[in-house]
Every structure is written in structure tokens, then in C-alpha cells.
Design a binder for this molecule. Structure first.
Ligand SMILES: [Cu+2]
Length: 468
């Protein structure tokens, strides 16, 4: 069986239905001591009907991993059990978390094979978050290790149902196995990262889901792809964006005809009115053709028309930045990649040329340094307002992710954004400068990196320090 790329992306759902293997993800179950256990195991899976079996890496045998739900200000207690034959750790993406529980190499040692680690933290903000490894992320996330973390509002929304859609694109071979050759391929790392050819929603190819027509529908979209920037369209209805990267917008905003751009790691909550129309989720390909990736049938009857206002979600009270006029922006200059002309950079404290960088798996630099820096990019005191300029001097977009905080993108190339939204993952276009601001109110050591996981491992990472 031979599949070309176009067929795999555009072929009919019937011809390329998932042939089974992994059951649909269940909500996380608690052990008797109150911990949710996430045990990593490898599970056989068949992507293509008639294709070969491949191995997914899973939490509790399912892809995506079990959805973890907690009320705002509630405690998350997760016991990670590493059933892999390599180390791992868990990062809670977007949570303004206690630093010790952030699950990055700055804050904990890797969890060795057969060992466990207990994550205990309070979830300060209601919203849509996710968890994934922060160790050999490109391999571990691509093999299927990720899941949703949903923090519910203390007062549930009335007459609204939730549907979490975990989006991923996988790079699979013609025989349906997960492509292994591309891992660590410096050419891929120096271009757009590992872009897949097989799209799944909640682990399935083109699933048909249901939701009641008589209630509003909150779609929680999570981009778990290694490197793919998704440009999503919702057909059949006109949704409102009510939250981005977990944080509610000040006002619900009609999505309209503009595709919703979600970088890798990004999330969006869309609110859809009551009604019986079929909802079709599509992702635009490079030729701007919408490829349908999921369907939601709305069942039952609608008691009354839904024409009222769409209210905003209650905010999480993030500290507002004030008086940034007098603050000097810290520049994070991105260089390198294909067509980047990078001559060399510092690598582990030594100046090396591009050839040596490539030999060490590096293709990118932040402020002239490839890979993790000894010194933080910024040293802040708790409560400081910080202004960062993400200066993308490369031919590629990058999805800049700061741990432990949300930032507010203010302007691109000096032009203020029309909408001011909190983000934890900021897509920065090629050859552009994006200014963000935030209050550094969370003490600790926090990673700042590109969430295109191959860019991260090929050099795009640094950190900030927030002192008490
Ligand atoms: Cu990048």
C-alpha cells in the first residue's frame, strides 16, 4: 500500500479509517490515596487500514492521555510512573504553577525508567491546559505522550457542554509506522520542524462526535503537534473565541471567516450557540485548502432560538502590566535555521562555527547562544513588570513559550495589536519583532523556548529567573 502525502492529508475518512488499537481516552481515575496515576506504557496501534502496527507511547494505554479535571484553586495530584526505557518528566503547560512542580530540567531531575514522581500543585486559573514530557520532547510527544488538563470554573456555565478536542499531526511512513528517521534530523530541525502527514483529533482520524443541540457547546482545542502551526476553520456555525491559552478574553469575540491560528502548544476555547447544524472542524494546509479533521453532530431538539449575548468567561485576575513606557525591553534575538546565514554561536560556553554547531545537533541561537544558557535571559524580582521583544531574525515562524506566566503581546513591528489577549505561547512570524509584557509574579526558574520541539532541541531555549 502506497500513500502519497496528498492522499494522506486529503483522502476520504472511509478509505483511511483508524483500524483500531487504542481505546478512546477516559477521564483520569483516582487511586485510593487521592492521586491520579499516569503510567507510561507502549501500546500497539494501527494508523492505516491494512498497514503495519506501530507503537504509541501512552499514559494509561490511551491517546490522548486521560483528561485530568479539577476545579479552579483545586489541587492536582498526579503520580507519574515511568514505564519507558528512558527518562522522562511531566510539564504542565500554561499553569502558573509552583516552580518545583513545573517539570522542566531546571526544576527536577529526570524520572528514570521504573521510577515514579509525584506532582502536587494548585491550579490557579480556570481554563484549558495540557500536560506533556519536557525531556526528549520531540520523540516523547511525537510518540503520543500528552493529555488535557481542564481547570473548571468554580461556578459551572449554565446550559453548556464541554468537548475537548486534542489535535495532533503525526509523521508516519507509508506502512503506517511512526517515522523514526526524522528524529534528530538536522535538516528537519533547521526548517519548520517535524511536520506530520496524519492528523488526529482525540487520537482518531476524522472522528464523528456528538453534542446536544439544546445546549451551548464549548470546544476546547489543544494543539499538541510537535511543530505544526494550525489554521483552523469551523464550518456550519459562527463560534465565539472565549479564551486563548487558557485565559478568558475580556469579551467574547466572533471568529468570523478568519482562520484561528494556533501554534504548537496553543489552545483556544470556542463557544458555539445552541442549534442543530453539523459542525465541521477543518485545518488549512499550505495551499490554504481546508482539510476536514473532525465532525460534531448535534442531537436532540432546540427548545428556543439562541440569540442572546455571548458573555465573556470570568477572568482569572492576572496582574495587569502598568506603566511600561519607562521599561527598557529585553531583546531575545532569534537567529539560524535554513536560509538564516548564521555563521556560528556559543555552545556550552565556547564560540563555534556553524559546522560544529550542526555536528552537535544545533541549528538555532538565542542572542548568540545555541542550547541552554548558563545565565538567565532575564533576572527579575517578584512583582517586576517585564517587557520582552521577541526579535525573529530567521526565515521561519517560532512559537515562543514562557513557563509559569502568561504574557500579553502588545505590538508586532511597532504596530499595536487590535486585541490584547494573554498568551503562554506566542507565534512570532519570520522576520518580525513581537513585543510582550507581563508581571513576573511567580518566583523560580522558568524556561523560555520555542515550542516547535525540534527547534527547541536544536538550540532555541533559554530561561528567566524570578527572585522573591
Ligand atoms: Cu521555532
Amino acid at each position: 500500500m502506497r500513500l502519497d502525502r496528498r492522499q494522506m492529508l486529503a483522502g476520504s475518512a472511509a478509505a483511511f479509517a483508524v483500524a483500531g488499537g487504542v481505546p478512546v481516552a477516559l477521564q483520569a481515575q483516582q487511586a485510593s490515596d487521592g492521586f491520579t496515576e499516569l503510567k507510561i506504557s507502549k501500546v500497539p496501534h494501527i494508523f492505516l487500514e491494512g498497514g503495519k502496527e506501530t507503537r504509541l507511547w501512552t499514559y494509561n494505554g490511551v491517546n490522548p492521555g486521560p483528561e485530568i479535571r479539577v476545579k479552579r484553586h483545586g489541587q492536582v495530584k498526579v503520580r507519574l510512573i515511568n514505564g519507558l526505557d528512558e527518562p522522562t518528566m511531566l510539564h504542565w503547560h500554561g499553569i502558573r504553577i509552583d516552580n518545583a512542580m513545573d517539570g522542566s530540567p531546571l526544576t527536577q531531575n529526570p524520572v528514570e525508567p521504573g521510577e515514579t514522581f509525584e506532582y502536587v500543585f494548585t491550579a490557579p486559573d480556570a481554563g484549558t491546559y495540557w500536560y506533556h514530557p519536557h525531556f526528549r520532547s520531540s520523540r516523547q510527544v511525537e510518540h503520543g505522550l500528552y493529555g488535557a488538563l481542564i481547570v473548571e470554573e468554580n461556578t459551572p456555565l449554565t446550559d453548556t457542554v464541554d468537548l475537548t478536542l486534542v489535535l495532533d499531526d503525526w509523521l508516519i511512513n507509508d506502512d503506517g509506522t511512526i517515522n523514526q528517521q526524522a528524529f534528530g534530523d538536522i535538516r528537519i530541525a533547521a526548517h519548520g520542524g517535524r511536520l506530520g502527514n496524519w492528523f488526529t483529533v482525540n487520537g482518531q482520524s476524522r472522528p464523528r462526535l456528538t453534542a446536544p443541540a439544546g445546549k451551548r457547546l464549548r470546544l476546547r482545542l489543544i494543539n499538541c503537534a510537535n511543530a505544526r502551526i494550525m489554521n483552523l476553520q469551523v464550518k456550519g456555525v459562527d463560534p465565539y473565541i472565549v479564551a486563548l491559552d487558557g485565559q478568558p478574553l475580556a469579551m467574547a469575540r466572533s471568529l468570523g471567516s478568519t482562520p484561528l491560528q494556533l501554534g504548537p502548544g496553543g489552545r483556544a476555547d470556542l463557544m458555539i450557540r445552541r442549534g442543530s447544524d453539523e459542525i465541521v472542524l477543518a485545518n488549512l494546509n499550505r495551499a490554504n485548502e481546508p482539510l476536514e479533521v473532525a465532525y460534531v453532530d448535534r442531537t436532540g431538539s432546540v427548545a428556543e432560538d439562541d440569540t442572546g449575548d455571548m458573555p465573556a468567561l470570568p477572568g482569572n485576575g492576572l496582574p495587569e502590566t502598568v506603566d511600561i513606557a519607562g521599561i527598557t525591553a529585553s531583546e531575545l534575538v532569534m537567529e539560524g535555521g535554513a536560509m538564516g546565514g548564521l555563521a556560528g554561536a556559543k555552545l556550552r560556553g565556547r564560540d563555534v562555527d556553524m559546522r560544529e554547531l550542526v555536528q552537535n545537533g544545533m541549528a538555532w541561537a538565542f542572542n548568540g547562544v545555541a542550547g541552554m544558557t548558563e545565565e538567565p535571559f532575564a533576572s527579575l524580582k517578584k512583582g517586576d513588570t517585564a517587557v520582552f521583544d521577541f526579535v525573529n531574525n530567521t526565515a521561519w515562524p517560532h512559537a515562543m513559550h514562557l513557563h509559569g506566566h502568561h504574557v500579553m503581546p502588545l505590538a508586532v513591528d511597532g504596530k499595536p495589536f487590535v486585541n490584547l489577549d494573554w498568551r503562554d505561547t506566542v507565534v512570532t512570524s519570520a522576520n518580525s519583532r513581537v513585543r510582550v509584557a507581563f508581571v513576573a509574579d511567580n518566583p523560580g526558574k522558568w524556561m523560555l523556548h520555542c515550542h516547535m520541539l525540534e527547534h527547541q532541541s536544536a538550540g532555541m531555549m533559554t530561561w528567566i529567573n524570578v527572585e522573591i
